[in-house]
Design a binder for this molecule. Structure first.
Ligand code: ADP
Ligand code: MG
Length: 400
């Protein structure tokens, strides 16, 4: 798969036949029987709407071609066996009845948390054998964790005939990550992984989880979307998320609204004038204007003008950098280098302090822009970034 001029998607085979067959074959070698089925769920990149999801706001993510692929069979004996091709170490064996939040260390907490969340919700899931592999880069802000959770939720839903809807699966996966693993993430990542449709971005209202598929056919408009993974993760990130969240809640309280979602974009200067705390004022401005940017991007995509999205991305980056202050030198450089080399727009995506930037570019300029980002990083003495093309891809699905 290429974005243009041989720029790879970086997804390897994604959930292609070879990967599916490989995962199924490895399952058989590990557990001595063929899996009952194989499922795939993608990572995601957020086009616009950052730090809005815990404010009941809007987000516009899209699924990546990169996926987690899981081969799964049921077990009736209360045992959960987990194995990942991508993690050294053998099979992790867990007693389903003994699953408790915080009790499972390491990567196995993500899939174990999904089984726990299903059982907590009253679903009769008695055990499973799981083997998985993923092409979603970990820790790059592309939601390898959500891909892992959602692929298992989709598999168990189908194998146990639970009949859950896509948003239900996403909520359960989020609950696994929040309550079982202990990561306070919003629901965007899991919703994108569960609900995305190829060729579309997913407009999501995080207040009620209503969503809409927004056409985003890059190729038809001669465009490409690049993801530039800076491959850095500054330690600052964890505390900063909680601090931004608390600041947004303080802002909502001070303005007498339930959440910042309820602050209208009109008369924003007057609204901000009612806030005495300078930091809170900046956070509120970011959230209110980013919600508006999501609506603007959605309107542009609906109108068939995706190229015009670029300038909104640039404004979104400035807001994250200057108002929310969650960017970092590497992300700022990726955006500046991309735009300087002719990209239509770019912004950091995800929680910030490292991770990835998303770049909108004319397809025939993609290679040049990707090179410019690499050259800028080399000149700055930074680690070589991973730059790849991303096409809006499908959400969770059965693949074997
Ligand atoms: P992100 O979701 O942005 O990639 P997170 O820190 O939220 O980063 O999640 C990454 C974690 O998810 C990894 O540290 C690991 O525990 C788990 N994980 C992701 N992919 C895999 C995989 N292929 N096999 C096992 N664990 C994985
Ligand atoms: Mg994650």
């Amino acid at each position: 798969m290429t974005a243009s001029g041989g720029l790879t998607s970086g997804a390897g085979d994604g959930a292609g036949e070879a990967v599916v067959a490989g995962v199924a074959e490895e399952f058989r070698a590990l557990y001595g029987a063929r899996p009952e089925g194989v499922w795939a769920a993608p990572g995601r990149v957020n086009l616009i709407g950052e730090y809005t999801d815990f404010n009941d706001g809007f987000v516009l993510p899209l699924a990546l071609p990169h996926t987690a692929v899981a081969a799964v069979s049921r077990r009736a004996d209360g045992l959960l066996r987990l194995h990942s091709r991508d993690v050294p170490g053998g099979i992790v064996r867990l007693d389903v009845d003994a699953l408790r939040p915080g009790a499972v260390p390491g990567w196995a907490a993500y899939p174990a948390g999904v089984l726990w969340a299903l059982r907590e919700a009253g679903h009769p899931v008695r055990g499973a054998d799981v083997h998985l592999a993923s092409t979603v880069p970990t820790g790059a802000g592309l939601s390898s964790s959500a891909a892992l959770e959602v692929v298992l939720a989709a598999a168990l839903d189908e194998l146990y005939g639970l009949g859950l809807g896509r948003p239900d699966l996403a909520r359960l996966a989020q609950r696994a990550e929040n309550a079982f693993v202990g990561v306070p993430c919003g629901v965007m990542d899991q919703m994108a992984s569960a609900c995305a449709v190829a060729g579309h971005a997913l407009f999501l209202d995080t207040r009620d989880l209503s969503y809409r598929q927004v056409p985003f056919d890059l190729a038809a408009h001669g465009l490409a979307l690049l993801v530039a993974d800076t491959r850095v993760k500054h330690a600052l990130g964890d505390g900063a998320y909680a601090e931004r969240r608390a600041g947004c809640e303080a802002g909502a309280r001070a303005l007498g609204v339930r959440t910042l979602r309820d602050v209208p974009d009109v008369q924003l200067p007057e609204t901000l004038g009612r806030l005495s705390d300078e930091t809170v004022r900046r956070y509120v401005r970011h959230v209110v204007t980013d919600n508006e940017r999501v609506r603007r991007v959605m309107a542009l995509l609906d109108a068939g003008e995706p190229a015009s999205v670029g300038e909104v991305l640039v404004a979104g980056h400035a807001s994250l950098r200057d108002d929310l202050r969650v960017s970092c030198p590497e992300l700022d450089l990726a955006v500046a280098a991309a735009v300087g080399a002719g990209a239509l727009g770019a912004r950091m995506t995800g929680g910030g302090f490292g991770g990835s930037a998303v770049v909108l570019v004319a397809a025939d300029e993609a290679e040049k822009v990707a090179d410019a980002v690499r050259v800028a990083f080399a000149s700055a003495g930074y680690r070589e970034p991973r730059v790849f093309g991303a096409v809006p891809s499908a959400g969770a699905r059965r693949v074997g």
